[in-house]
Design a protein around this ligand. Structure first.
Ligand SMILES: [Ca+2]
Ligand SMILES: [Ca+2]
Length: 70
């Protein structure tokens, strides 16, 4: 995987500068390199909600960085 900006760009498939839950789920699957299980999806959804600090239903770069960064 590349740096965090590259990961954000890769995750933001429609290029609108925000990562929605579908994009986040797809990115997690790509990161794990396998299909997500039902248990994975629960975790991914919890991560997404926890990361969405302004509760607008999408992740900005800063919000993404907070969970995907080092
Ligand atoms: Ca997007
Ligand atoms: Ca947000």
């Amino acid at each position: 995987m590349g740096n965090l900006e590259e990961q954000f760009s890769a995750a933001d498939r429609d290029g609108d500068g925000r990562i929605d839950i579908k994009e986040f789920t797809a990115w997690k699957g790509a990161t794990l390199g396998r299909a997500l299980t039902a248990g994975d999806l629960d975790t991914v959804f919890a991560d997404f909600v926890g990361a969405d600090t302004d509760e607008d239903g999408t992740l900005s770069y800063d919000e993404f960085r907070a969970i995907a960064g080092d």
